[in-house]
Design a protein around this ligand. Structure first.
Ligand SMILES: NC(=O)c1ccc[n+]([C@@H]2O[C@H](COP(=O)([O-])OP(=O)(O)OC[C@H]3O[C@@H](n4cnc5c(N)ncnc54)[C@H](O)[C@@H]3O)[C@@H](O)[C@H]2O)c1
Length: 359
């Protein structure tokens, strides 16, 4: 990973963020024609006008648009973007502004890391998940067929600009998706933050999000900066995701669908129960977590009728997770609310029981 001097010091919020962005482009990019904004069609409609309203001269930059959605997050889209950069005569001094959700920041960051062996990029996330999770932590990448994020790189953006105003047009289901990661941040690292999240309402009034997004970002950034390449401590960010990701993949093939956020919440509930069994999490903390999250996510019935063979299927998916080590499924488990361990081995029997019990 290059550019270590920028690690964690490049996040700017709201008005100040736009001021810094404006100065950066004015002083550090040779021509506005050497700036490329990557968007999807929804971002073009809802978010680009907000950015142009803040920095008028960006209208003269080059726009590259892709279709929205996870399906577009593949190497072919990257090649199309590279061809566009080539067509518009991008150089090694070019700059890509990724304006969008996690799909855009993941693809745009990856393209920046490979085009001409690496050009600069800036993230301006517009979804809640993008703000509190996807645009932080230097991971970029795309899917290889159905394998998530199989091709990618660690690559540091020049700047990360956060503007919660973008959330005004974000659909409620996307708000819920981002909230799951915020709950996780509280549970693994900051009990006070967890408590403050218990009081929020699901809406996209950006005033509510201003401070919460800020705190959530700083929690993740602090964890990432201690262990940028996920050698150890950073793995606590995987809490809830071992079971959550397996449930997400499992439900992809079912008629009843669940969102990424719902899958992660179910994962958090199951893994909190496991934490109470083998990692010292007080049982009352588990009950608190389950009842709080169930208020926001009426998900229980979705996993209440899993058959034994379906549970086996979910375990098989976990066995294939690329984050496993030494042929063992690796878990991050809570010791208490606000404190998390990593590299925990959990017997299969307990994983199965959690899927049966936590609904
Ligand atoms: N790199 C990482 O560390 C990391 C971490 C977590 C997630 N991710 C990735 O992030 C992706 C998910 O991100 P996401 O949930 O933002 O999905 P997304 O980028 O697909 O955005 C969700 C939908 O909301 C729309 N949208 C975004 N902002 C909007 C706004 N302000 N107004 C109206 N519509 C808006 C998008 O067009 C899209 O249709 C996944 O591919 C995931 O793998 C990456």
């Amino acid at each position: 990973m290059e550019n270590n001097n920028r690690k964690g010091k490049n996040i700017f919020f709201h008005e100040n963020g736009y001021k810094i962005l404006k100065n950066y482009i004015t002083n550090q990019v040779d021509s506005i024609k050497n700036t490329f904004i990557l968007v999807d069609e929804k971002i073009h409609k809802y978010c680009l006008p907000i950015l142009f309203n803040q920095i008028d001269f960006l209208k003269k930059s080059n726009l590259i648009q892709i279709k929205s959605g996870e399906k577009e997050k593949n190497i072919n889209t990257c090649i199309r973007i590279c061809k566009n950069l080539e067509k518009f005569k991008a150089t090694r001094k070019s700059l890509i502004l990724n304006l969008g959700g996690g799909v855009i920041t993941d693809i745009g960051g990856f393209v920046a890391s490979i085009f001409k062996r690496g050009i600069r990029f800036i993230n301006i996330p517009t979804s809640l998940l993008g703000m509190v999770d996807a645009s932080i932590g230097y991971k970029t990448g795309v899917n290889l067929d159905s394998i998530k994020n199989e091709i990618g790189s660690f690559y540091i953006p020049e700047l990360l600009i956060i503007d919660t105003n973008f959330l005004k047009t974000l659909p409620k289901k996307e708000i819920i998706s981002g909230m799951a990661e915020m709950f996780k941040h509280g549970l693994i690292a900051n009990k006070d933050f967890w408590i403050s999240l218990n009081q929020i309402r699901i809406n996209n009034h950006h005033n509510q999000w201003y401070d919460l997004v800020n705190t959530s970002i700083l929690i993740k950034q602090k964890i990432v900066d201690k262990d940028p390449k996920e050698k150890g401590f950073r793995k606590i960010l995987n809490f809830g995701h071992t079971i959550g990701h397996a449930l997400e993949s499992f439900f992809l093939k079912k008629t009843e669908k669940i969102s990424h956020g719902e899958a992660i919440i179910m994962g958090i509930i199951c893994e909190s129960w496991i934490s109470s069994k083998i990692n010292g999490l007080p049982i009352n903390d588990y009950k608190n977590i389950k009842s709080t999250l169930s208020k926001f996510y009426p998900i229980e019935k979705k996993i209440s009728n899993l058959s034994n063979s379906e549970i086996e299927n979910i375990i098989m998916i976990m066995d294939h997770d690329k984050k496993n080590e030494k042929n063992k499924i690796q878990f991050s488990l809570l010791r208490e609310i606000g404190n998390c361990s990593y590299n925990c081995h959990v017997p299969y029997s307990l994983i199965k029981e959690s899927l049966r019990k936590c609904n």
